[in-house]
Design a protein around this ligand. Structure first.
Ligand code: PMV
Length: 312
């Protein structure tokens, strides 16, 4: 008899424009990164073990009946509750992910979405994309504190999105494919910290931060129009402007700024930090012809990884 197994995957993501301001109701644009994935496999567990979750890449094994406050275990429990399952029996979940953690590439959301979908398949559930995204949002709250909801949305729907807290996900069509280089500073930077810092700074000087968020919203509007008409130079200009605004918000850092400058020197149309900031990743908008050159320049400037990704 073969052992039953089911698996589900979810992609990484980057925020093209609008991070941080999106927490305060402004729009942001995010795209999936199809070259990076989290995959979760469900199979029967050993008798009497309950639900066990093995997160291979981070070398952790969690038991649902002991590690009750761990975000992975909470994700499992919330999904079981949503499916109306009180006793799923002995289950073994294995998580494999090539999305770097704490670096703005949506690793937490991707692991949550893949976990929810794998359990839904295992239990023959009928969760819709909206259900999956809502459950993944609950996990994002544990990771981020006050997330906007953009990460769980783009990772669930796996397509370019414009996101606002009030309207959620909006359909979005690219006028032409985009080529991005994603450069990693190699510095882990939990989003919870930069989101918390921005909140404290906003509380101390609301007028200044509201004006910064409005200026970010303007770059998002200009960037969206540029993407829809396939105007890469105009999108690059919006990205450059957004990076300056993120610097003014206090969420960039010397390593991110060095990679952004190196990408622009190497001919990128625009570059900016992506995600929470401080460390983590930056993105450069390039042409297919200069993608390799920009990736090499990023590595030379200290990037621990430079990933070329085509967004369609
Ligand atoms: O998960 P990250 O690091 O890509 O950051 C998410 C973007 C923020 O706007 C900084 C936070 C949020 O919840 O939208």
């Amino acid at each position: 008899m073969t052992t039953r197994r089911v698996q589900a995957s979810a992609p990484g993501k980057v925020i093209l424009l609008g991070e941080h301001a999106v927490v305060y109701g402004r729009p942001a644009i995010a795209v999936p990164l199809s070259g990076l994935h989290a995959t979760v496999m469900v199979m029967p567990g050993a008798a009497g073990t309950g639900v066990v979750v093995e997160a291979r890449d981070v070398g952790r094994t969690l038991r649902a009946n002991q590690d009750t406050s761990d975000p992975l275990v909470v994700t499992v429990q919330n999904t079981l509750a949503r499916l109306g399952v009180t006793d799923p029996g002995d289950l073994y979940l294995t998580i494999a992910s090539d999305i770097p953690v704490a670096s703005g590439l949506g690793s937490g959301a991707a692991v949550a979405v893949a976990t929810i979908r794998a359990l839904n398949a295992w239990l023959d559930g009928h969760l819709t994309d909206a259900d999956v995204s809502a459950l993944a949002y609950e996990t994002e709250v544990l990771h981020h504190g006050t997330p906007s909801g953009i990460d769980n949305s783009v990772v669930t729907y796996e397509q370019p999105i414009v996101f606002t807290k009030a309207r959620g996900v909006e359909p979005f069509v690219l006028g032409a494919p985009l080529t991005l280089v994603v450069g990693d500073t190699g510095i882990a930077s939990p989003t919870r910290e930069t989101v918390g810092d921005v909140r404290r700074a906003w509380q101390a000087d609301p007028a200044r931060y509201e004006a910064l968020f409005d200026a970010v919203a303007e770059t998002v509007r200009a960037g969206r129009a540029a993407i829809e008409r396939g105007d890469a130079p105009a999108l690059g200009a919006a990205m450059r402007r957004d990076h300056v605004l993120l610097q003014e918000m206090g969420v960039s850092g010397p390593e991110l700024d060095a990679l952004v400058a190196a990408a622009e020197r190497a001919g990128a149309l625009g570059a900016k930090l992506a995600g929470g900031g401080r460390g983590g990743n930056m993105i450069a908008l390039v042409t297919p012809a200069n993608a390799l050159g920009v990736a090499a320049a990023l590595r030379q400037a200290g990037a621990t990884r430079a990933l070329i990704s085509q967004i369609v």
